[in-house]
Structures are given as C-alpha cells and as structure tokens.
Design a protein around this ligand. Sequence first.
Ligand SMILES: NC(=O)c1ccc[n+]([C@@H]2O[C@H](COP(=O)([O-])OP(=O)(O)OC[C@H]3O[C@@H](n4cnc5c(N)ncnc54)[C@H](OP(=O)(O)O)[C@@H]3O)[C@@H](O)[C@H]2O)c1
Length: 283
Amino acid sequence: MEFVTLNNGVKMPLVGFGVYLVSDLEECERSVSWALSAGYRLIDTAAIYKNEEAVGAAIKKSGIPRDELFITTKVWIQDAGEENAKKAYEASLEKLGLDYVDLYLIHQPFGDYYGSWRAMEKLYRDGRVRAIGVSNFNDARYVDITVNSDIVPAVNQVETHPFFQQNTLREAMAEYGTQHEAWGPLAEAKLGIFENETLVKIAKKHNKSVAQVVLRWNVDRKVVVIPKSVHRERIEENFNIWDFKLDAEDIAAIAALDRGRSELVDHQSAKVAKVLNSWKAHD
Ligand SMILES: NC(=O)c1ccc[n+]([C@@H]2O[C@H](COP(=O)([O-])OP(=O)(O)OC[C@H]3O[C@@H](n4cnc5c(N)ncnc54)[C@H](OP(=O)(O)O)[C@@H]3O)[C@@H](O)[C@H]2O)c1
C-alpha cells in the first residue's frame, strides 16, 4: 500500500474506494466489502450519499483493525454553519458506527462553510477527527479559506482526470501544503474516456486497461484517487495499478488531453449552485 503524508503528519492511502451514487444500501455494503477484501483501506463517503450506515456495516464485518482504515465523510450544505456542522459530524459517526473519522471534508463551498470550518477546527483540536479538509474548492475559494483560517485544509477533493487535470489549483495547493484528492478519477465513465484513442494506445502498450492507466497517472502525480465501482472485477482492477510504469512519452500524451475545465459539473454556474443547494442529506 502506497501512502501520502498530510500536512499534519497523518498518512493517507493513495488509492481508495468511493461510493457516490451507490444508494442501494445492500449494494453499497457488498461493494465496500469487496473493496476491503481487495486491499483498499480508504473509503470515501458523505452524508449526502445516504449510505454511511452501509459503509459502517461493511467495516464492522471486515474485522479490519480501525487504525488500518482511513475513512472519509463530508458535511453537506444543508448542515453548514458552526452548530449544524458539529451536529452533522456526530450524526455521521453514529451512522458509520465509528467514534472518529480520519478525514472530514466540507463537501461544497456553499452556505455558511466558514462556520462549518470553525466547528471542524474545534473537532480537530479536540482530537475528535484526524484531519480536516475541503472539497470542490476552486483556486480562489481554496486560497481564501486557507489564508482566513487557523488550520490549512489537509486535503482538497476536486474533480480530476486526464481531461481536467487541475494544474493551476495544484500550484496553489502546493504553495500552502494541501493534498490533492481526485473525485471522478475515471471521469465518471463519461466524456468517452474508455474509448479515447490516446489512452487506449497507452493501455494496450502496457497490457493494462484505460482505467488502470488513468489511475496510475494520477497517483504518480501524488494525487489520491477514489474510483467507484459496484462490480467486483472492476474494484480489483482499479486497485491493481502498481505492476507497470508510464514512461515520459505516455505522460506527455496524457498531459496534452487537459481541457482545463470541467465538462461534468460546473461549480461556477448558477444552475449547479441552485441544484446543489436544493439537495438534502436528511429531513
Ligand atoms: N466531493 C465531491 O463532490 C464528489 C463528487 C463525485 C464523486 N466523489 C467521490 O469520488 C468517487 C469517485 O468518483 P465517481 O464515482 O463520481 O466517478 P469515477 O470513479 O470516476 O467513475 C465511476 C464510474 O466508472 C465505472 N467504472 C469503475 N471502474 C471501471 C473500470 N475499471 N472499467 C470501466 N468502468 C469502470 C463505474 O461503473 P460501475 O460502478 O458500474 O462499475 C462508474 O460508472 C465517488 O464515488 C465519491 O466517493 C466526490
């Protein structure tokens, strides 16, 4: 297992397992169990995914010692604010059946997220969570929270794949010492990623799949990846990325695929802000 070390010394696995849109609880528990058997130790969930109970059940059944796992969950917009975020953290722990998580993230830079951050800083100082961070913070949002807070986010989890490489945000995060984590590392199986000529060529050359190539490319840049799948063979495939090496030509070809913007979800748009603010993690 390969790790990165966060800005507070905590070690985080470079490859984890995501459960967005796995809303069927039995399917979620089964998928997480397969992931844990395959060797994954980082599981990424969120209050808004409404599957924290299933993640918790799979963890419990696995019998894996708690300190070998790295569990992430996130506070939703509905629970933004100092008091609400504190309650949301307790509710997530209860659902997960855990007494701490390894990483607690502000899911979206909407609502009173500065209030959420203050609550999270307190949870961290009280030793209730091992690391705190943010998600979907673009360059400006990320720098703003970083320079206006006591604690620099340990992680910023943002959409990252060959078509959106986040190179300018990476420069800012390197300056302040925040770990880059990729959501949608397989571009959510969209944008023709698995048929992309450049990626297919590289995959054939190494006798690996496109999924394995794009995951390896990100981890080689020290980006934590959390691919999601509900299929056992894909879960195993996505974890099996260490027995080949991309060369300089492959890396240059992938660099050229960057479009410099999201084509999956535009967090700068009024429409997305409106839709995300309407989603509820609970009644
Ligand atoms: N912070 C945020 O706002 C945010 C947003 C999105 C996601 N996330 C996190 O990031 C995780 C990953 O992102 P994501 O789930 O959106 O997308 P993703 O991991 O990029 O892609 C998942 C899609 O790829 C398919 N897939 C997985 N492995 C494959 C393989 N080896 N070959 C072919 N297809 C494969 C999956 O299908 P099957 O399941 O049918 O195999 C699914 O349709 C999420 O689960 C979640 O934990 C966070």
